[in-house]
Write a protein that binds this ligand. Sequence first.
Ligand code: ADP
Ligand code: MG
Length: 271
Amino acid sequence: PHGHEDDYEIVRPIGSGSFGQVFLVLHRWEQRQYVMKNIELKDTTKEGSEATELEVQLLRGIQHPNIVAYQDSFVNSLGHLCILMEYCEHGDIHSYLQAAKKAQKVPDEQHLLEWFVQITLALHALHTKKILHRDLKTQNIFLTGYRRENIFALKLGDFGIAKVLDSTTDLAKTQIGTPFYMSPELINNKPYSYKSDIWALGCVLYEIVNGQRAFDAQSLNGLALKIIKGNYTPITASCSPATRSLIKSTLGTKATHRPTLKEKGRFSTRP
Ligand code: ADP
Ligand code: MG
């Protein structure tokens, strides 16, 4: 069952991201809200756009409590690839952390580690299916309804799209991948690997613990230099030695030294 643009009514624009415009839409028959990403394709032949659509359909097979579900995809009358996904009404954790910082509210470590565990479970589910996320960052981690008092359930979004779009859009080529989360091997033009996702996971953990980016600089060159040296800004937040050492190992400059998601001891939630 393929979706069609007539099934959805645009409610309002949510913003524009690295892949194009993003809308909140309403499915007319289901009366349910979804997020729709509209992406201009470079390869506008029928075969080309159908191939891209097919790749997105593959991502629909992934169902996990901590992963934003892909609902549908189709090419609309303008030839734009439209990807429909679950709407996460509480926004992303990047905005959440910024608001918390402004209000001078420091979330406690236990709470943040619960977040980290959920993100890790989601990434584990992808890696087990041999899917790389490729665009892991705090802007792609969403908050959903309350799970327990004051603790949100997190959902990881935008997985796999970077790969799908890499060959099919001009947009993707220039804008994909926030440079802040790029691993040393990516800076050195090596291919993306599971360990590049782990590096980005380390950057995310650092950011939720310390309230700022692990690597930041005024220029791209300055940033690249810091990343290659693994020179992240010292952690100033109060944080346990175990968390510090986890950050240190996930941000190892040598990809082989970073943990995988299979090593029980290092990513385990229980002592
Ligand atoms: P980015 O490149 O920053 O990841 P996106 O295209 O993914 O950009 O998203 C653009 C905007 O839409 C962001 O503000 C993001 O928080 C929001 N957004 C994206 N996906 C969802 C979703 N599933 N639910 C709610 N908001 C979303
Ligand atoms: Mg995104």
